[in-house]
Design a binder for this molecule. Structure first.
Ligand code: PEP
Ligand code: MN
Length: 282
């Protein structure tokens, strides 16, 4: 093992540490960039429910200037009786949405057994909050040639998130995007508490891009825009938000999804703050 000199943190994570790699990492997929002045506007449904719902959302977010399309095919649900996603069929629909809009796709991988199938469609592989501590899954995505969007677990410290990213990087894949998505606190007015401090702390500690998911943090669509604006102002390299044609009919996370017809205004507001920060939507 290479000899490490520097701060004690380097014993826990070093490949992701800014101390050893001062230049900011830029993640590029299909010509879209995130990091080092390039801002990622990631939007799409929580879950791929139907072909129509996904294509309608994809077209709308593409037209409004999103840079990456999100959508879950394999869904981590708290109840085993809740809709678990369309699985392989969902991946096919995402591929069709990319074909039509040109937007790169980010979608979640839940099970190491699906890694090849998901990597065949995903431009970016999402590791969800529940799996941030799943070290075998982290190592698995560390061995595939796809960038990884790694979400912070709701009870994980910033340092634990960095160590999780190190698990991916250690296997050879250093293309990791970190995502703050809300942590568990005593507060009940929001689904989680968005830890905006994590953004500048992470930006100091790591060269990796840092994005924010205000949708899962808030759990309420009316708070998504103010939290997203604050995330941009705090220095985030991107935001990821959930959008649905009819949130009231959504099979998952309805209350937090922005209506398709409202996404254009959301994107305009975000671009204003992105420009103020001297960044470019990637
Ligand atoms: C998601 O983004 O689809 C998701 C399930 O979020 P989280 O892992 O943050 O709960
Ligand atoms: Mn969701």
């Amino acid at each position: 093992m290479m000899e490490i000199t520097g701060s004690p943190d380097l014993l826990a994570y070093r490949l992701v540490a800014r101390e050893l790699t001062p230049d900011a990492t830029v993640i590029e997929v299909r010509g879209r960039r995130i990091g080092d002045g390039f801002f990622g506007l990631i939007a799409g449904p929580c879950t791929v429910e139907t072909r129509e719902q996904t294509l309608e959302t994809a077209r709308a977010v593409a037209a409004a200037g999103a840079t990456v399309l999100r959508g879950g095919a394999f869904k981590p649900r708290t109840s085993p009786y809740a809709f678990q996603g369309l699985g392989s069929k969902g991946l096919e629909i995402l591929a069709e949405a990319r074909e039509e809009t040109g937007l790169p796709i980010v979608t979640e991988l839940l099970d190491p057994r699906d890694v090849q199938e998901v990597a065949a469609v995903a431009d970016v592989i999402q590791i969800g909050a529940r799996n941030m501590h799943n070290f075998n899954l982290l190592a698995e995505v560390g061995r595939v040639p796809r960038p990884v969007l790694l979400k912070r677990a709701p009870s994980a410290t910033v340092e634990e998130l960095l160590m999780a990213a190190e698990y991916v990087a250690k296997e050879g894949n250093e293309r990791v995007i970190l995502c703050e998505r809300g942590i568990k606190t005593f507060e009940r007015s929001t689904r989680y508490t968005l830890d905006l401090s994590a953004v500048p702390v992470l930006k100091r500690e790591t060269h990796l891009p840092v994005i924010v998911d205000p949708s899962h943090a808030a759990g309420r669509s009316d708070l998504v825009l103010p939290l997203a604006r604050a995330a941009v102002a705090a220095g985030a390299d991107g935001v990821m938000v959930e959008v649905h044609p009819r949130p009231e009919d959504a099979l998952c996370d309805g209350p937090q999804q922005i209506r398709v017809g409202e996404f254009g205004r959301f994107a305009d507001e975000i671009r204003t703050v992105v420009a103020l920060m001297g960044k470019t939507v990637g």
